[in-house]
Ligand binder design. Structure first.
Ligand code: X6L
Ligand code: MG
Ligand code: MG
Length: 176
């Protein structure tokens, strides 16, 4: 048997039926013969960071085990992004789905196509809050624990648990 690797993946969407894109990505990952989803965070609605003049995101984090090597996993994630209509017009702009490898075992990876741990994850509430929900005892390759970074977070208020909108009830009879 080939050996198993632990990986944490961040999911984000801020176009269209955002939760449908998140669940579609998870379904495709789950269907992959070399990937097992171990744990899923809740879904969070988050204020946009970096390029702020865009719609709010839904973000979540999953833990998976895989026999894939890091670049093979990246290829799978980019393939799923493609099937879910991801386009790359504006850097940091709106996207149907974004799938980022946050961590792969306790490895530091610096390749042209892939940096792990994800270089922008350490100060991002939309990553750290769901990551903390998935694994409160996580340690990074630099020896620091996740708890340390979560304590230092300044943008937690831009991150709230999301529930499917129950305002205009889609299931209510028309003009009842
Ligand atoms: C200065 C310069 C400070 C750039 C921050 C931060 C750039 C984050 C890009 C930055 C900077 C990013 C998501 C998002 C993006 C997401 C939410 C990025 C890439 N992705 N905001 N912004 N959720 N809430 O998934 O993370 S663009
Ligand atoms: Mg991203
Ligand atoms: Mg990405």
């Amino acid at each position: 048997m080939t050996d198993q690797h632990d990986a944490y993946v961040a999911l984000g969407s801020n176009i269209g039926e955002r939760d449908v894109y998140l669940h579609g990505a998870i379904q495709q990952l789950d269907a992959h013969p070399n990937i097992t989803i171990v744990k899923k965070s809740s879904i969070y609605e988050t204020d946009p960071v970096g390029y702020t003049d865009q719609a709010a995101f839904l973000n979540m984090v999953i833990k998976l085990t895989t026999t894939l090597q890091p670049l093979e996993l990246l290829d799978v994630l980019q393939g799923i992004e493609d099937t879910l209509g991801r386009t790359r017009e504006v850097r940091w702009g709106p996207r149907t789905i974004d799938l980022d490898i946050l961590l792969y075992n306790k490895e530091n990876i610096k390749l042209e196509r892939l940096h792990v741990p994800h270089p922008r994850m350490f100060e991002r509430g939309f990553v750290l809050v769901p990551l903390y929900e998935v694994d409160q005892n996580l340690q990074f390759p630099n020896g620091q624990d996740l708890q340390h970074y979560v304590r230092d977070l300044t943008d937690k208020e831009g991150v709230r648990k999301w529930k499917r909108s129950s305002g205009a009830d889609e299931s209510a009879p028309f003009e009842s």
